[in-house]
Write a protein that binds this ligand. Structure first.
Ligand code: ACM
Ligand code: ZN
Length: 621
């Protein structure tokens, strides 16, 4: 009796899910990332040409800048200027691009927008300038992708009606400039990459054991000494240390410039000043802030350092308050990240001053001493009207009362913090650390550890853990992708590790889960790759590479081989005889069995063109 109802049920489910897909997937011409909340494609198009005017509502702050940037962007594509005006009158009824907050839908909140394109006009409407900015970013994704420097006479914008707003308020990416210094030009590019993905937080990891990167006027040795080192670990297996000198830091003027640049793109720059650990560069400069008094050398190998700020020494707090006073003055962000991760307690255990502090404050152990440390810093920052964020170790000796927790050691910390009704940013290393391998490791540049975080793995991440009640889930404020710098020496490498996985993270952060669709995302990524290329981004093409999964049946002396990719409509060809795969080789259509020792070589093609590297896998069942 079971068979028929079961079949009917599965047909119904299949029917509903394909209906669901049709309702939400974009047509083959549209490739908006992240996927908007409501998108309706209509017949026809708007043409941007020499008579088009951009009209903005001058009563909403920020729109003049957005209009000017839109005009500059269009000029770069058209080769001639597009007029901008703030005068809406009867004479400008057609061939206009309108940016306005008037009659916007209130429920779109701070970041939502509507975008309407028809034959006569484009209208971006939003309660706040942030939303208008995102609406304009969506317009860019409706335009054809052009080569850098190429111009056309007019630009077609397909007719659409979009109503859009983000799922999460915190959509971030962290860049570690402590291990390697990246120049301001690149930081600005990185901010552009966030903006094109509608991300709104740039977490700037400014201090590390291996380098202090922010000018602090009161403590010049932080950068004259702590920003420079000779020697760096360039490989982990085996460990290889080279002897190159490197370093650098951002002056306060440069920081103000970056912050202003980000502000224009509706991105909050959250600075991170690490404490009590990850602080060796500061201790090299000022050894009196340590438990032992030093002296110390700048580290050249990666890994956790045992020397951290002394928590028993009042000078440490004076120093950090001075540093934070300068930091607070540079960053309008309501949050300051104070680190808190990976602070070994060895020195505190052996330090008379730290032990005296534990006794005097009635603390149980060194974890409570760390909480005392962080709470003191929180109290200080609250006097400056700033809230703290810390890595999930700040839970260990008890959370500071107003702290936001960044859950990085998986999601446990995030769950614990949300259950204590603290705000949480999800950034689990298992899915959102973009310094991990993104494809078959033998085909990738050296990355940290062995873990592989593919494009699909990032895409399929769900930031709200099932363990949380709906009430607790409200404390999950969003997510962040983190790029740690150990093996990312240069900006082009940071681009490689970030893109395309940032696109997946952006869609997880922005798009409602029921609208996510991996197949359609892969299709949209095809145009996104072209956008990256048009921006000269050194993006990774790892998603095209073939990923082999081998399931061995030792007893039967055979193995089943599955070949997959993270690319759209892959055409995988493979060989078993050691020759290079071509489109004349075996075509992969389904998992296959091998019985003897064999070398599989596989690649991904389109129209006879090889899109991937060649994956080589030895199988010996
Ligand atoms: C971290 O990865 N240590 C936050
Ligand atoms: Zn101490």
């Amino acid at each position: 009796m079971n068979k028929i109802p079961k079949l009917i049920t599965s047909l119904l489910i299949a029917g509903f899910s394909s209906l669901n897909m049709m309702a939400h997937a974009q047509s083959n011409d549209l490739s908006i990332i992240p996927q908007p909340q409501h998108l309706k494609e209509n017949a026809g198009e708007f043409r941007i040409n020499s008579a088009t005017k951009i009209v903005y509502d001058k009563t909403t702050p920020g729109l003049a800048d957005i209009a000017a940037d839109l005009a500059a962007n269009l000029k770069s594509r058209l080769g001639y200027p597009v007029k901008v005006t703030n005068v809406i009158n009867a004479g400008v009824g057609a061939n206009i691009i309108v940016l306005t907050a008037k009659n916007a839908i209130d429920t779109l909140g701070n970041e939502g927008y509507t975008l309407s394109v028809d034959r006569n006009q484009i209208t971006v409407r939003a309660p706040k300038a942030n939303g208008i900015f995102y609406g304009v970013e969506t317009i860019y994704q409706l335009l054809p992708v052009m080569k850098k420097g190429e111009t056309v006479k007019s630009l077609a914008v397909p007719a659409v009606e979009i109503t859009d707003k983000p799922r999460f308020g915190w959509r971030g990416a962290m860049l570690d400039v402590g291990r390697y210094f990246y120049p301001v030009d690149f930081i600005k590019k990185y901010i552009d990459y966030l903006a094109m993905h509608k991300m709104n937080v740039f977490h700037w990891h400014l201090t590390e054991d291996h380098g202090w990167r922010i000018e602090i006027k009161k403590y010049p040795r932080l950068t004259s000494v702590g920003a420079w080192r000779t020697g760096t670990q360039v490989s982990h297996s085996p460990v290889v240390i080279d002897s190159t000198a490197n370093g650098g830091f951002y002056t306060q003027e440069q920081i103000k410039d970056v912050v202003a640049y980000a502000q224009k793109r509706y991105i909050t720059v959250v600075p991170e000043i690490e404490m009590p650990g990850h602080s060796l560069a500061a201790l090299v400069a000022y050894p009196e802030l340590s438990c032992t008094g030093g002296p110390f050398k700048m580290p050249v190998a990666w890994g956790i350092q045992k020397d951290i700020y002394c928590a028993g020494n009042e000078q440490t707090f004076k120093f950090l308050e001075d540093v934070l006073t300068e930091v607070v003055a540079l960053f309008p962000s309501p949050y300051i990240h104070i680190g808190g991760d990976e602070a070994p307690k060895d020195r505190w255990k052996a330090c008379p001053k730290c032990q005296a502090r534990i006794k005097a404050e009635g603390l149980k152990d060194e974890h409570e001493l760390q909480s005392y440390f962080i709470k003191r810093i929180e109290d200080f920052l609250l006097t400056k009207n700033k809230r703290i964020i810390g890595w999930d170790e700040i839970l260990e000796g008890g959370l500071a009362p107003n702290a936001t927790v960044m859950s990085w050691r998986g999601v446990k910390g995030g769950i614990a913090a949300a259950k204590q009704h603290h705000d949480v940013i999800m950034t689990p290393n298992t899915t959102l650390y973009l310094d991990y391998y993104q494809g078959e490791p033998s085909l990738e540049p050296v990355a940290i550890g062995k873990r592989v975080t593919t494009l699909e793995k990032v895409y399929q991440y769900e930031p709200v853990p099932a363990e949380l009640s709906p009430e607790e889930a409200k404390y999950i404020k969003g997510l962040q992708a983190n790029i740690w710098g150990e093996y990312i020496h240069k900006p082009y490498q940071a681009e490689y590790m970030t893109m395309p996985r940032l696109s997946a993270a952006a869609e997880v952060a922005w798009t409602q889960p029921n609208l996510k669709n991996w197949e359609d995302f892969k299709r949209r990524m095809e145009k996104q790759y072209d956008r990256y290329a048009s921006m000269n981004i050194n993006y990774a093409k790892s998603a095209y590479n073939v990923w082999p999964t081998v399931t061995a049946d030792k007893a039967a002396k055979k193995a089943t081989v599955t070949l997959t990719t993270d690319s759209y409509q892959p055409q995988i060809y493979y060989t078993l005889d050691g020759s290079e795969p071509t489109t004349a080789s075996l075509k992969y259509t389904q998992p296959f069995e091998v019985t003897g020792p064999v070398t599989i070589k596989a690649a991904n093609f389109r129209n006879n063109e090889k899109l991937s590297k060649v994956t080589i896998k030895q199988v010996n069942p």
